[in-house]
Design a protein around this ligand. Structure first.
Ligand SMILES: *Cc1c(COP(=O)(O)O)cnc(C)c1O
Length: 353
């Protein structure tokens, strides 16, 4: 029999991230990292960092980084919150804003961390199905709710919702907080972001990350943009939990990344170009490929099951992502890597599929 203290334990089913194998010989296309690496300016600063800065606690406000992000988007520092990756930012947002008996709404096929946070924080939630093309249906997000959250582009589908439709969801939910998780928006067509709508709607929060487009997954930086009032609410929760979330190297190196816009744009364009080429190759092989606005594609093979392709690819040192779950079990999520890596993937698929 279980000990009595067990009944008082908070038991959770944790989020499962993609594997991080230690073998450096593999083609790693399973966690949507950006293969180009961060700006050389980041390397330069890292080379010259004096370890003496580590003896002191970091700036609790991460002021330099917050100002750099605010400047970059044309906002005030008071309108920006930074956290330890957007996972931390999103977790803080769940804690801060989703505090109602009514369910928080999000798509059934989406970032699988959302239900994990909701379960852990005992937040009531309800998932809504995508349409047959894996698109979010804005008209479904009209029922009474305790908040709304979705990624745009969505994950793991890579499908983008147009700005007008995102705005439809925001404007029809004026009594709730709406969080748009723009983890992949830098890979979408320009003008797809709704970050500017945080000025028009006081219930909107836009969340971004340095992990994908800035190739800094290892540094752990994410941020939220919203009006001052909402940012203050998140900060109040953060300071009630852990004052020093952002470490000094992250603040310094993250700021350097923001300042090198040329490198950033060049690498994002390179990934988009490879994505277009890779998508065409997959289609030639008979794959169904959802239209991607991200640094990965969601694709379904025709002649083999997704699981067979996943297993065989892994044997050959190519790591992609597969979920043995209803609706998406026929699909693979494949991160866009370097050109030469994607050519090897195509060669493997030509042979195996
Ligand atoms: C990768 C990802 C995140 C989290 O990224 P961080 O590395 O924690 O910044 C958040 N949302 C979505 C949809 C993602 O794909």
């Amino acid at each position: 029999m279980a000990a009595l203290w067990e009944q008082n334990i908070r038991k959770v089913v944790p989020y499962v991230a993609g594997e991080q194998p230690t073998d450096t010989n593999i083609i790693k296309l399973n966690t949507n990292e950006n293969p180009y690496g961060p700006s050389p300016k980041v390397q330069e600063l890292a080379d010259h960092m004096d370890s003496d800065v580590l003896k002191k606690y970091p700036d609790q406000t991460a002021g330099d980084l917050v100002r750099a992000i605010a400047d970059y988007h044309g906002f005030k520092p008071e309108e920006v919150f930074v956290g330890v990756g957007s996972d931390d930012v999103l977790a803080m947002c769940f804690m801060t804003f989703f505090n109602s008996d009514k369910p928080v709404l999000f798509p059934d096929i989406t970032y699988s961390f959302y239900p994990v946070w909701a379960e852990m924080l005992r937040i009531n939630y309800k998932t809504l199905p995508l349409d047959e093309n894996f698109c979010i249906r804005p008209e479904d997000y009209n029922e009474p709710n305790g908040g709304v959250i979705f990624p745009n582009p969505n994950a793991p589908t890579a499908v983008l919702m147009g700005r007008d439709k995102v705005e439809e969801i925001i404007s029809s939910n004026k009594d709730s907080i709406v969080i748009v998780d723009e983890a992949y928006i830098d890979f979408a067509e320009e003008g797809s972001s709704v970050i500017d709508l945080t000025r028009k709607y006081d219930n909107l929060i836009v969340v971004r990350t340095f992990s994908k487009s800035r190739s800094l997954a290892g540094l752990r930086i994410g941020y939220a943009v919203a009006n001052e009032k909402l940012i203050k609410f998140i900060n109040d929760v953060k300071y009630s939990y852990n004052s020093y979330t952002m470490n000094t190297p992250s603040i310094v190196l993250g700021t350097a990344s923001i300042e090198d816009d040329e490198y950033f744009k060049e690498k994002v364009e390179a990934i988009k170009k490879t994505r277009e080429w890779f998508t065409e190759e997959l289609k030639k092989l008979g794959f169904r490929v959802l239209p991607s606005s991200a640094n990965f594609v969601f694709a379904s093979p025709r002649t083999k099951t997704a699981e067979e392709v996943f297993e065989e690819a892994k044997k050959r040192g190519i790591y992609v992502r597969f979920w043995n779950k209803p609706i998406i079990k026929d699909f693979l999520r494949i991160t866009i890597g370097l050109d030469e890596e994607m050519k090897k993937v195509v060669d493997f698929l030509k042979e195996f599929c």
